[in-house]
Design a protein. Sequence first.
Length: 234
Amino acid sequence: MKIQSIKQERLYLRVADQLAEKVRNGEIKEGERLPSERDLASLFGVSRPTIREAMIALEIADLVEIRSGSGVYVKRPELNDKSMPDDAPGPLELIEARYFIEGEAAALAAQRANDTDLALIAGALDDMAAENEASDAHEDADEAFHTLIAMATKNSAMIAMIERLWEWRTTTAMSMFFHEQQRQSGIQPSVEDHRQIYEAIRRRDADAARSAMHSHLGRVLSQIVDGELGSGGV
């Protein structure tokens, strides 16, 4: 008996697919500005972060253009044959998951990190500062910093989870596109945020390490969610 597997599609893709269909059938016209994030969230009955991720998916599919200071505008669908990004967790979902998982990893690392772990984490922190000064911006040191904290937990399950979250962050179309936009807008990893995490781990203060990681990732999430796609009321 042949059975087709049931696929649970991400909520942001369900929103993006509905909007894409309205663009392709002409219900939403070329050049039309989409309603604001707040209005779309109300219409679809979802959160603004879900709408934010749906807009990113539509931009990757070349169905909309996000214009800085203006809003999100529909493009001619016949000019492109790009498809929606893969059904992977969106960048905001990933940051939210990292907030909880990496917060506990930092606390555990504060209890278990040895001198070698601390030296490696400190080295990644120095590399991050150097990368922020480089013209060809990339975030290898940021990934190394967080992965090294995971390694310092000495918990293989924790390490595997965090490595998987970072794999999604660095290889999926949604996250790659999103973080490239962040870099182009001048947003870089905060060395001071990461230094506070490191110092708490070095002091063996688990509560402070957890709090520092939460502050860091909470600030990143707020920065993204509170920002306005294209401004212009979106």
